[in-house]
Write a protein that binds this ligand. Structure first.
Ligand code: FE
Length: 205
């Protein structure tokens, strides 16, 4: 598959169905970092797919590690950074399923060892959707840190709109079941291929 070509538009349900068998092969712990716990290679059989549109994406707590004024960039991975490459794509949609152009997405996450950069902007960046509401984030799979399952933080906002703060999750994570903040509606449709995780998530504002 051409990594630079926009993925075909799948509903989240379709994407989950398509990836259900290969999700079992997701080997996030292969980064070789000091990640705690080995994610089992098992899909979440109980996942309730997020509707493609119609309902607003669920809000979640910001957490303690947000830093404002992140740089505008779509690629958060840096040379020498330890971790499994992750390419996350999707769209920002309105509840009527129309794409939202120029929507802001501001991502922040832990590194492969579960640490946030709270002094600078490592693994932090914002971007804007294109004319079809598409976004594309290149990064690494975040590591685990105590008390939480694996996640990526994000703020999403249409121009002039209110800010949606939420978190995205990974399927097959053992800690999904014990993390009190985890919401299955915020699972990325993810699959691993050639040592890289490809994920898809559509936001509805
Ligand atoms: Fe966090």
């Amino acid at each position: 598959m051409d990594a630079d070509r926009p993925a075909p538009v799948l509903t989240r349900r379709q994407a989950l169905a398509a990836s259900a068998s290969v999700t079992a092969g997701l080997v996030i712990a292969a980064c070789g970092g000091s990640d705690e716990g080995d994610p089992v290679a098992a899909p979440d059989a109980t996942v309730e797919p997020t509707p493609a549109c119609g309902e607003h994406t669920a809000e979640q707590t910001e957490g303690p590690f947000f830093t404002p004024d992140s740089p505008e960039r779509t690629d958060l991975a840096e040379a020498g950074m330890r971790g499994v490459p992750l390419v996350l794509t999707g769209r920002v949609l309105a509840t009527d399923c129309r794409p939202i152009r120029g929507a802001l997405l501001d991502f922040w996450q832990a590194d492969g060892f579960g640490a946030y950069d709270n002094r600078g902007y490592r693994l932090r960046g914002h971007q804007f959707t294109d004319g079809d509401g598409n976004y594309r984030l290149t990064t690494i799979v975040p590591g685990l840190y105590p008390g939480r399952t694996r996640h990526i933080h994000v703020k999403a906002q249409r121009r002039g709109g209110t800010v949606l703060t939420t978190q995205l999750y990974f399927p097959g994570e053992p800690a999904n079941g014990s993390d009190g903040i985890f919401d299955p509606a915020l699972l990325i449709a993810a699959l691993e291929r050639d040592g890289e995780v490809r994920g898809r998530f559509d936001f509805v504002l």
